[in-house]
Design a protein around this ligand. Structure first.
Ligand SMILES: Nc1ncnc2c1ncn2[C@@H]1O[C@H](COP(=O)(O)OP(=O)(O)OP(=O)(O)O)[C@@H](O)[C@H]1O
Length: 238
């Protein structure tokens, strides 16, 4: 079943359209990655889905409900959360306070969810009393994802979750995303580490100039000579 359907979306900032008719889909339990050159509109596409960029034409549906141009604070109620690339934790608050902030709209007992997140990322349990700003880049990213998971979303939007991380940490981050997905959470992410991201994704979209130029399974896109030459640094994936 389709969790997210993006149909013919056009829109952007002010008068200028960055998205020129985008179509995307995420099915329940899938990991889907958006790759493409700088400035293609990858982050803008994700922001449009989450109500942060005005959609001038087209539709976004979540679990069959039209959420086009709905405000982010309404969208989270439908079960979709977004982790921006930057400024995604409250640095002066502790890890635990960050998680509590993530659950601000819940009125029920949040402790079982928090325990599940600590089980998923044990280092966060160890560091729960430390300010998030004192953690490493990778750990901060985990807090940001954990905060989003506090609402127990069906779909998590991740904007470049490995940006600025060292190669060894990038691997761990992708493993963490797989762990989150195994809990039954769909993932839509924008990634610069295109080969690695395609290798771990069920499907991918290559965005070029605000359009979905190619789409296929992650492995088929990796094997696609045109995609490899144009967007994966030449030749086929190692
Ligand atoms: N807040 C904004 N106001 C106006 N224009 C913007 C804004 N944010 C991005 N843009 C423009 O929109 C276009 C697409 O940007 P976007 O960040 O979506 O691209 P991207 O594919 O994610 O690229 P990158 O990999 O460089 O982040 C770019 O030309 C960018 O300059």
């Amino acid at each position: 079943m389709a969790l997210l359907e993006v149909e013919g979306v056009r829109g952007g900032y002010g008068e200028v359209d960055i998205l020129n008719g985008i179509n995307m889909r995420v099915d329940e339990g899938e990991i889907v990655v958006i790759i493409g050159p700088n400035g293609a509109g990858k982050s803008t596409a994700m922001k449009a889905v989450f109500g942060l960029v005005k959609i001038r034409q087209g539709h976004v549906r979540f679990q069959g409900t039209d959420i086009t141009n709905l405000r982010p604070d309404r969208i989270v109620h439908h079960g979709m959360c977004y982790v921006p690339q930057e400024n995604n934790v409250f640095p002066t608050l502790t890890v635990q306070e960050n998680l509590e902030m993530g659950a601000f709209i819940r009125r029920d007992d949040i402790r079982p969810t928090m325990e599940r997140i600590y089980d998923l990322f044990p280092v966060m349990r160890e560091k729960r009393r430390q300010p998030a700003g004192s953690l490493s880049g990778g750990q901060r990213q985990m807090v940001a994802m954990g905060r989003a998971l506090m609402l127990e979303p069906k779909l998590l939007l991740l904007d470049e979750p490995t940006a600025g991380l060292a190669p060894a940490i990038i691997d761990q981050m992708f493993q963490n995303i797989i762990k989150i997905n195994k809990l039954g959470v769909g993932i839509l992410m924008v990634e610069q580490n295109a080969k690695q991201a395609l290798a771990m994704s069920h499907r991918g979209y290559v965005l070029v100039q605000g359009r979905d130029r190619f789409t296929d399974t992650g492995s088929a896109l990796l094997d696609n000579r045109e995609v490899a030459e144009m967007f994966l640094g030449g030749g086929q994936a190692e």
